[in-house]
Ligand binder design. Structure first.
Ligand code: PEP
Length: 251
């Protein structure tokens, strides 16, 4: 059986100033040698400083978005090479907030993920249904289409992480039932196997994201094919993120 290394990923979104970088030392003090991978994706303004603060710890850093091009006239955007130069190892692409706020399509997400992989970093691709789509019974159809259209052909277990994030669970305090999470994660696992073959399909990590908190992490991590979490609000403070990491280690 393929052993997948678990991943606790934090998405700080548009939160965090220099004064908040002490969260890295606090997290490191709580988990100096975590039994899982730990990643934090701060806003771009903090990426280089956070990478420096995390040097010598087990904590990895990532960006929240990138541009697919290597360079050029793209005001406000960051290339993968710039992100790598800031010390990051991962890039979140296709977060539902970017799909909604910036009109990103799955084709855009795929182009970004291709650039991430070509640049030697790991693409953390987010997919998830809206509440209307779930209530219309379209969850697996939507997830299947987003997964197919957002992931590059050459993806491998070392270059791709998929995050299942139901849009209606992000920042709302609501989570799907454990059966609903199991159904979607099992479906994504099967789709990855059909698309990329057995070894890659079994090796790609699938994270759950959406209102993961210290109080619900253990039960979510007990679900089949949940290889970790993408955590928003509860990743901002080490006192919240550390128990989530502990729950993942123990799962
Ligand atoms: C997210 O931003 O990806 C997320 C899951 O947010 P939250 O944990 O706050 O719901």
């Amino acid at each position: 059986m393929t052993k997948r290394r678990k991943l606790a990923a934090g998405n700080w979104k548009m939160n965090g100033l220099g004064a908040d970088l002490d969260q890295i030392a606090r997290l490191d003090a709580a988990h100096p040698a975590p039994g899982c991978e730990v990643l934090i994706c701060p806003p771009a303004t903090l990426l280089e400083r956070m990478s420096a603060a995390a040097r010598g710890t087990a904590i990895m850093t990532g960006a929240q978005d990138c541009h697919p091009a290597a360079s050029g006239a793209h005001t406000g955007d960051l290339s993968v090479a710039m992100i790598a130069d800031a010390g990051a190892s991962h890039v979140i692409v296709g977060h539902s907030e970017r799909r909604a706020d910036h009109g990103e399509t799955s084709a855009d997400v795929r182009a970004k993920a291709e650039a991430v992989m070509a640049g030697g970093l790991v693409a953390l691709i987010c997919i998830g249904e809206t509440l209307d789509e779930r209530e219309a019974g379209r969850t697996l159809e939507v997830i299947g289409t987003q997964l197919r259209d957002s992931t590059p052909d050459g993806a491998g277990a070392d270059t791709l992480v998929v995050a299942y994030e139901p849009v209606w669970a992000i920042g709302t305090g609501r989570i799907p039932t454990l059966e609903q999470i199991a159904e979607v994660h099992g479906f994504i696992r099967a789709e990855l196997g059909a698309r990329f073959g057995g070894e890659t399909g079994a090796g790609v990590r699938i994270l759950y994201g959406g209102s993961v908190k210290p109080g619900n992490a253990a039960e979510i991590f007990g679900v089949d094919n949940v290889d970790g979490a993408l955590v928003g609000g509860a990743s901002l403070k080490a006192e919240d993120f550390a128990p989530i990491i502990a729950a993942l280690q123990e799962s």
